[in-house]
Design a protein. Structure first.
Length: 507
């Protein structure tokens, strides 16, 4: 009996060791550097040629549908079905989330000051003037640290059209304060070089007709206080519906989802190939190469938002449609809006507000996401700069409910500096995207090298967090074992096996 027991003990130990090996195999995806391995693999598979093919498709869809892909228009619907069809074929669970919104389309934009025409862009959800416009004296508002944010900043401007500098508070607040002070119209001028294309954010926010002009065009007007001014801003408005496209992997845990999104809609003025065909196409190719059933720890949920150009409507609707528990299931959100600007800058969202622009840090974990993008771009020899969470893209509602966020951006109407041109190439003193929100935002308006570099970074960071979000939210890969503990366990098993072998020999 004892002899039999002596022979059984090594067998039991070997079985335990075998079980340990199997457990290690089952959790191999969570081993150290698994994220790096998947990141390298996915980045190598995401090819800029395939991304460009998606851009060609979006251009042709726009050409066939009135020259744009704006939300609720046929061009958007065709774009959404192009994306959804490819995702379904790749094995994703795809949903189409419908929502209502107020559609607007510009009918007239005109500003004449002292007999001189000045280019102006109507702000989204601005009230319309009568046909032919409104006329009144120009009231030039003195600039300070918070220009035009309170009614007291305007004095009595009854019956006048105010000219006020951008900055510190939202456009909606400026025009509302001007209206409280008696103004009949508002002109907001940029506080940096380049045109100003803004939004009041919501149809209910508009009090008086409001438009934006460039810093350059504003300079001659600052000395024309009291000049006769005629402002005509008119837009068509209609209640419509559109839909987001949401795709999720069938593998990975559903209570720690990695989410990545890009808005798919264009403005009504053009095809929107850089804004935001580039982000949409890079995200689509990343999803297709990852596949619907990847070997990952965390489910990956991709989103193509609609009606971003009408005030982040699609993404806001999505976040607000989730219960608190469903929001908790989202570990983080990655946003990609314009990643191939023709005079490209390289920006990562400033998760910790370390660049000192004052917009504030994102929720905890956003700084770690920013660093991941910095590291990913470094593999291509690029040193990015931080860009503020300024509320201009679809991360807005995610960070508002505490979900950490990050992403990439190559610049819009802002102007590239001498230092940036020396670091990244391109033209100093020119806009990152001179065709921003214009008809010329077409296939010729893309820097494909910048698109390639950013697509690599998108793939790397998405893959990294698909394996583990521990650095962002402390959630370890499900079932993963600490490697030091695993080594100790194996050592103990070897010791036990050796002791059993010695005992068997002694017996």
């Amino acid at each position: 009996m004892s002899s039999s027991r002596g022979k059984l003990r090594p067998a039991i130990v070997l079985a335990a060791c075998a079980g340990l090996v199997l457990a290690g195999s089952a959790t191999a995806v969570a081993a150290p550097n698994a994220g790096d391995q998947l990141a390298d693999k996915l980045a190598n598979k995401v090819d800029v040629g395939n991304i460009n093919r998606h851009l060609i498709a979006l251009q042709r869809i726009s050409d066939a549908n009135g020259g744009n892909r704006a939300a609720s228009n046929p061009g958007y619907d065709a774009s959404a079905e192009y994306v959804a069809g490819k995702l379904e074929a790749a094995g994703y669970t795809v949903t189409r989330q419908e929502f209502p919104f107020t559609y607007t389309e510009t009918l007239a934009e005109s500003l004449v000051v002292g007999g001189t025409d000045v280019p102006i862009i109507i702000m989204s959800y601005s009230p319309s003037t009568p046909e032919g416009g409104i006329t009144g004296p120009l009231a030039v508002i003195e600039s300070d640290d918070s220009p035009g944010c309170e009614a007291a900043d305007y004095g009595d401007v009854t019956g006048q059209i105010v000219l006020v500098e951008r900055g510190f508070c939202p456009f909606a607040q400026k025009q509302a304060a001007a209206a409280d002070a008696g103004a009949i119209g508002a002109i907001v001028y940029n506080n940096e070089p380049g045109p100003l294309n803004g939004t009041l954010g919501d149809p209910s926010a508009g009090r008086i007709p409001t438009g934006g002009i460039s810093q350059e065009d504003a300079q001659p007007l600052l000395s024309q206080n009291g000049a006769e001014t005629t402002l005509e801003l008119r837009a068509f408005e209609e209640e419509r519906t559109s839909y987001n496209v949401i795709a999720e992997t069938k593998t990975g845990r559903k209570d720690n989802v990695v989410m990545a999104g890009a808005h798919l809609d264009s403005v009504t003025e053009g095809p929107g190939i850089n804004d935001n065909g580039t982000g949409s196409a890079a995200l689509l190719e990343t999803a297709l190469q990852l596949g619907g059933k990847p070997k990952v720890n965390n489910a990956v949920r991709f989103a193509w938002w609609s009606a971003e150009e009408f005030g982040l409507v699609g993404s806001t609707h999505y976040v607000n449609s989730l219960s608190f528990e469903q929001q908790l299931d989202i570990a983080l959100y990655l946003n990609f809006d314009m990643v191939g600007s023709p005079n490209a800058g390289y920006f990562a969202y400033d998760g910790d507000d370390s660049d000192g622009e004052g917009a504030g840090a994102g929720p905890y974990g956003s700084a770690q996401i920013e660093q991941s993008f910095i590291d990913a771009l470094a593999t291509r020899g690029i040193e990015p700069e931080g860009t503020d969470f300024d509320g201009r893209s679809d991360y807005g509602e995610f960070i508002a409910v505490g979900i950490p966020a990050g992403g990439l951006f190559t610049g819009a109407e802002g102007v590239k500096t001498e230092e940036q041109a020396a670091k990244w190439g391109g033209e100093a003193g020119a806009a990152y995207d001179p065709c921003y929100h214009q008809a010329c935002d077409n296939l010729g308006n893309v820097d494909r090298l910048a698109l390639d570099r950013n697509a690599d970074a998108i793939a790397r960071v998405a893959a990294k967090y698909a394996i583990s979000t521990e650095e962002v939210n402390g959630v370890t890969p499900k079932g993963a074992k600490n490697e030091a503990k695993l080594a100790d366990q194996r050592s103990a098993q070897r010791t036990l096996a050796a002791e059993a072998h010695t005992h068997d020999e002694a017996a």
